[in-house]
Design a binder for this molecule. Structure first.
Ligand SMILES: [Zn+2]
Length: 136
């Protein structure tokens, strides 16, 4: 039997460009990140890092966030009303969680990031694989 080593974690801060939106999150080390080619992620350059709600805390910016929804209106796209940066949001793939933008997280220098691809243009066909990857 192989032993499962306890997963190490790291606490990171993140937020938008102007600093109005600021959060803290507990992430696994290494961090799993996903590029997505769907209509909105490709335009915004969003790189997903999924985090459970219990491991995420919005420190500042509750009143600054602007919400945008489209298509199934499951995802809640949250932008800073001042600088326009989407530093995190509630994704359609994991509506019970948050997706942080890897580009908006202050990463410790020594942390490893494993980046995968998600074919969000063919969402329905690929969502099962993405969900099971996260639960690995
Ligand atoms: Zn901002």
């Amino acid at each position: 039997m192989t032993e499962v080593s306890p997963q190490s974690e790291v606490t990171c801060k993140g937020g938008c460009h102007c600093g109005s939106v600021c959060y803290r999150a507990r992430l696994p080390d290494p961090i799993r990140a996903f590029r997505c080619n769907c209509s909105i992620c490709s335009q915004t350059g969003f790189i997903h890092v999924f985090v459970q709600q219990a491991h995420f805390e919005l420190l500042e910016g509750h009143d600054e966030l602007v919400e945008y929804q489209f298509h199934t209106r499951t995802a809640r796209h949250l932008f800073c009303g001042k600088c326009g940066v989407k530093s995190f949001y509630v994704p359609r793939s994991h509506p019970e969680a948050f997706s942080l933008n890897l580009n908006c997280i202050e990463l410790p220098a020594e942390i490893e990031v494993i980046t995968g691809e998600f074919d969000g243009r063919n969402w329905s066909e690929n969502i099962r694989r993405l969900r099971s990857e996260r639960d690995d």
